[in-house]
Design a binder for this molecule. Sequence first.
Ligand code: DON
Length: 325
Amino acid sequence: LITRAFRSQFVIPDFQDFIKDIEEMYWAAKCNMDGKLASYIPQLARANQEHWGVSVCTIDGQRFSIGDVTVPFTLQSCSKPLTYAMALETLGPDVVHNYVGTEPSGRNFNELVLDHNMKPHNPMINAGAILVCSLLKTLDKPEMTLAEKFDYVMSFFSRMAGNEVLGFNNAVFLSEREAADRNYALGFYMREHKCYPEKTNLRECMDFYFQCCSMEANCEIMSVMAATLANGGICPITDEKVLRPDSVRNVLSLMHSCGMYDYSGQFAFKVGLPAKSGVSGAMLIVVPNVMGICTWSPPLDPLGNSCRGLQFCDDLIRRFNFHKY
Ligand code: DON
């Protein structure tokens, strides 16, 4: 890092100028009072509307954070690209995509719908993510108990985050499980259509899905995860090779086409970057070969994306040439 600094060989050489832009975009979005808190569980309904944080980590490890960047939030759907990445890494794309498709559903993230092969459309919606959890639980190290599997997944995520330790919010987990009629309906619907690998224990698989949604991190930690994806699977903080490049390519492709709920097409058109949002207000944004970004602010637009996060992305593309096309 230091040698590169002396030679000014960073991917963003004028990082100080870049930070000024990030700060301006941060303050502009802070004034945005649009959006509503998620209300399906009390823990999210009680969130602080004011919370707003942005963290950036470049592929050569330059970092900048502003706002509420150390306040923990639950990963929610931001766990979906991570469990998918882990499944690709441990089982390979052929096995994974034997069970789950790669097509945007064009429907809500929790709709009771399968594709024409009777598979979930993609791993970024609830049905697909539940299915990916069943693959991780049933096919990858099947001898592990649910408790061991939880630790195993946590440590994998932690390696993506430069060995930062993630937390777990038990109140959110319990509430998710209570408020999960639709997710159970999806779970049983997929069992009816024989979507799971043999020997899947559906109750364990659903619990595992709720646990992944209830893991906690903050903007700083998540920006490193996004940076690992931006850097072809090598964590820029530890230099550890966590994911194969082909796994990263698959994850980013589906984040690009399916990561922003039913706004994914418009987001791909306007912003042109792979991203994934979650109902806690978090957003993972990847600028391939440049940096990872995490934004977090709880108020959501009607489609479920963070209002301040979306404004930040629009601004980012207005100021910089990061759109893929
Ligand atoms: O499964 C649920 O309803 C939530 N725990 C996940 C919510 C979320 O962020 C929606 N994502 N696609």
